[in-house]
Design a protein around this ligand. Structure first.
Ligand SMILES: [Zn+2]
Length: 134
């Protein structure tokens, strides 16, 4: 399945499972080092995936032919929906506290990813969040 078709399918699933509605983001596939240079230039991270300002970054290490890889893309689509989408017709309202806002977004994204893994992929895999603010 090509990227456009996979993203459309995952966004349809996202709307069904969570109530989020959003148009497709741009998806760029890069190396982990290239993604790190974009999303954390000072801390030298090397993430498998990230979301920034309308763009989902996926590293070449994310294998979209398996449930874990698709769930990683799904997680980043949740962040896109949080930033650009509506939830059951309502726009997102920021709390004003950047740290707790970030933690809340990650909790929601991991919960959605785990729901996707169990209900859509019928997989026993679980994704975990370490709960830190940065
Ligand atoms: Zn996340």
């Amino acid at each position: 399945m090509d990227m456009t078709a996979l993203v459309s399918q995952l966004l349809f699933t996202l709307q069904l499972l969570t109530g989020y509605q959003v148009s497709a983001p741009e998806v760029q596939q890069k190396s982990r080092a290239e993604i790190g240079a974009i999303v954390c230039p000072t801390s030298k991270c090397a993430p498998y995936s990230a979301y920034r300002e309308g763009v989902v970054y996926l590293s070449h290490d994310v294998d979209l032919s398996i449930p874990k890889g698709r769930s990683t893309l799904y997680h980043e689509l949740v962040h896109h929906a949080q930033e650009r989408g509506t939830h059951k017709g309502q726009p997102h309202v920021a709390s004003g506290d950047a740290c707790s806002e970030s933690v809340a977004r990650e909790h929601e994204a991991y919960a959605a990813q785990n729901q996707y893994l169990s209900e859509i992929e019928n997989s026993g895999l679980r994704a975990y969040y370490n709960g830190r603010c940065w």
